[in-house]
Write a protein that binds this ligand. Structure first.
Ligand SMILES: [Zn+2]
Length: 413
């Protein structure tokens, strides 16, 4: 095993929070039981027998009309149900393998139940001469987890062994991607800890939630990030994690040689080459604009192969060489993170790689260590609330970390 797995434990299991209906959703959100909310008149109730339920699986090529036909329902019933606002929407999008449950009373359709997804179920009930509908929405329970790892081989393996999903690993790298080059600068001894959420419905995992707070130590420098209610991440001083430039124009998981501190240049065979940074990754790997800017060159020559240069303000220029494909043209505005081309092996190279240059006022600088413009602080009006949240979250993280250390500490002699 390439990493010391410390642990990933459940911090707490808060009681399920009910979700309010969306503002745009006119349909009442009911709890799962009892059904239905509108009770039939007493006379009707006395006459209504137990429902006879039948399950119908949506077949390939099925429409609601075909399924209803199979179930022996009339076109009038189909029409009435498809006129309901929500049913009309979701029942036209049924997919093979899904189930529609039909409850009959005296041979007439009394209720239809269709599970839209893990969280939502549509229920249509006979009501007088027609039908009414409701959406049952199950509560999403947020569970918090703590994960922590010392990196011994590479970040990906460490994060997987610590219990993070692929999604969460990419998010973690994204949060710190303005400070750390995850492709080239991760070293043995680097460390991270994180508190993140997962969504559960009826006790079953239903999806990744947000990373709430995280800490990343890279080559002796420690970065901290706290998620605020605006969905953005800020450091412990309230400055945005997002900055003017990404440290690396390639997502780290594409880069093959990301843990060799004495990486050889793919062309010259020498350690730490020339005036740029080389990322060795498969041909076709997406190359991202490191920052917002304007494309000042998108062309081909024998030396650079296909290349793209981007001007960012008056001070900064970034250059991307040896591409297999360019996806921007000269004069075009680009956003940070936008794909501008695909990695290749064009021009004077012996193997495919991205040659990346970062220029400040025309002078080549190391993009992974150069001092970059300060990021924006959180809005003044949010500062007090952020400070409270941040100190809470960071204390939570430190607390978990200390429990971990205590558990892992050798017994005193
Ligand atoms: Zn190079």
């Amino acid at each position: 095993m390439s990493v010391t797995v410390l642990m990933a434990i459940i911090l707490m299991l808060p009681s399920g929070q009910s979700l309010a209906a969306r503002h745009s959703d006119p349909i009442e959100v009911a709890t799962r039981h009892p059904l239905p909310i509108t009770l039939p008149a007493p006379a009707q109730l006395a006459a209504e027998p137990e429902l006879d339920w039948q399950r119908f699986e949506v077949q390939s090529g099925d429409s609601l009309a075909r399924l209803f036909d199979r179930a022996g329902l009339s076109p009038q019933t189909l029409y009435a149900i498809s006129q309901l606002p929500e049913a009309g929407k979701v029942l036209t999008r049924i997919m093979p393998g899904q189930m529609i449950e039909l409850g009959f009373a005296n041979g007439e359709l009394a209720r239809l139940s269709y599970q839209i997804n893990a969280q939502r179920t549509l229920v249509v009930s006979a009501e007088g001469d027609g039908y009414q509908e409701q959406l049952e929405q199950k509560a999403i329970e947020k569970r918090q987890f703590f994960a922590s790892a010392d990196i011994t081989s590479n970040f990906w393996n460490a994060a997987v062994d610590a219990g993070l999903s692929a999604n969460q690993i990419m998010r973690l790298a994204e949060i710190f991607g303005w400070d750390v080059d995850f492709a080239l600068d991760i070293r043995a001894g680097d460390h991270f800890s994180v508190i993140y959420e997962e969504d559960y419905i009826d006790g079953q995992f239903a999806g990744d939630g947000d990373i709430l707070v995280a800490e990343f130590s890279n080559q002796g420098e420690t970065f901290r990030a706290v998620r605020y209610s605006d969905g953005n991440y800020y450091d412990d001083k309230g400055n945005a994690m997002r900055k003017a430039f990404l440290r690396a124009p390639v997502q780290f998981n594409y880069v093959s040689s990301n843990f060799n501190p004495r990486r050889l240049h793919p062309v010259t065979g020498k350690v730490r080459p020339h005036r740029g940074t080389d990322y060795v990754a498969p041909v076709g790997t997406p190359i991202m604009a490191a920052g917002d800017g304007t494309v000042i060159a998108s062309a081909y020559n024998n030396l650079n192969g296909h290349y793209v240069f981007i001007q960012h303000s008056n001070t900064y220029v970034t250059k991307y060489l040896h591409l297999s494909k360019r996806q921007v043209r000269k004069g075009q505005r680009v956003r940070q993170g936008q794909t501008i081309g695909k990695l290749g092996g064009t021009g004077r190279v012996t193997g495919p790689h991205l040659h990346y240059e970062f220029l400040v006022n025309g002078v080549h600088r190391n993009p992974r260590t150069v001092k970059l413009p300060e990021s924006r602080p959180i809005a003044k009006s949010e500062r007090a609330a952020f400070d409270v949240l941040a100190s809470e979250r960071l204390a939570q993280l430190a607390h978990r970390q200390s429990i971990l250390l205590a558990m892992g500490a050798p017994t005193a002699e």
